[in-house]
Design a protein around this ligand. Structure first.
Ligand code: B4P
Length: 189
């Protein structure tokens, strides 16, 4: 099985590259952002709760997101493997993921870190905000807030995987295809 985590700041290209990776390697795509947005669109209790945080550019509380991923990992993991996109985003989530995977005896293959500078992230998210309708892409202040939260709460997750020798840094600047080639080289290594 090939079990990956794709990691990076908001706008690094996690969703964009995950779509290409799942197609090439025939993996299951687990995007917490997509799952949360689907819950919001269906107006479920979970979605209504998550919306309060996403609209402000904040992280959804750990217990909600961990519970959501736990259900999927416990019931649905099979086949060639998976790519986790947008999870884990805190040390607590990383610890919970390790515990879930250890219980199921599923090894995590690699953590792929897309490295993109601040200016480029802002440019991409402002541009997506123009036509995505996503509440968390609307305007500079909410985008800056998400990037700040990334530095405070999410970036430590990189060190967590570096200590396990599972983190691979990939230059996330360039065309979508150039970055995909870099990712494939690391995945195939
Ligand atoms: P996400 O859906 O994960 O949003 P994101 O960080 O912006 O990543 P996304 O995948 O959408 O964008 P990408 O990097 O592909 O999370 C949204 C919110 O949900 C979070 O803020 C949080 O509130 C909540 N949430 C999700 N997971 C959570 C968790 N685990 N714990 C707590 N809360 C959680 O960037 C895409 C943009 O860049 C696109 O417009 C794309 O077209 C563009 N782009 C991509 N590659 C490019 C390239 N090479 N060149 C130019 N543009 C490029």
């Amino acid at each position: 099985m090939l079990n990956l985590v794709i990691f990076g700041p908001p706008g690094a290209g996690k969703g964009t590259q995950s779509n290409k990776i799942i197609e090439k390697y025939n993996l299951m795509h687990l995007s917490t952002g997509d799952i949360l947005r689907a819950e919001i669109a269906s107006k479920t209790d979970l979605g209504n709760e998550a919306k309060k945080f996403i609209d402000k550019g904040e992280l959804v509380p750990d217990n909600i997101v961990i519970g959501m991923i736990r259900k999927i990992i416990e019931r649905n993991i099979s086949g060639n493997g998976f790519i986790l996109d947008g999870f884990p985003r805190t040390i607590e989530q990383a610890n919970a993921l390790d515990e879930m995977l250890n219980n199921k005896k599923i090894p995590l293959s690699k953590m792929l870190f897309l490295d993109v500078d601040h200016e480029e992230l802002i440019k991409r998210l402002l541009s997506r905000g123009k036509d995505s309708g996503r509440s968390d892409d609307q305007g500079l202040s909410i985008i800056e807030k998400r990037i700040n939260i990334y530095h405070q709460q999410t970036k430590p997750v990189l060190e967590y995987y570096e200590k396990q020798n599972k983190a691979y840094k990939i230059n996330g600047i360039g065309t979508v295809d150039e970055i995909f080639d870099r990712l494939c080289k690391v995945i195939d290594k």
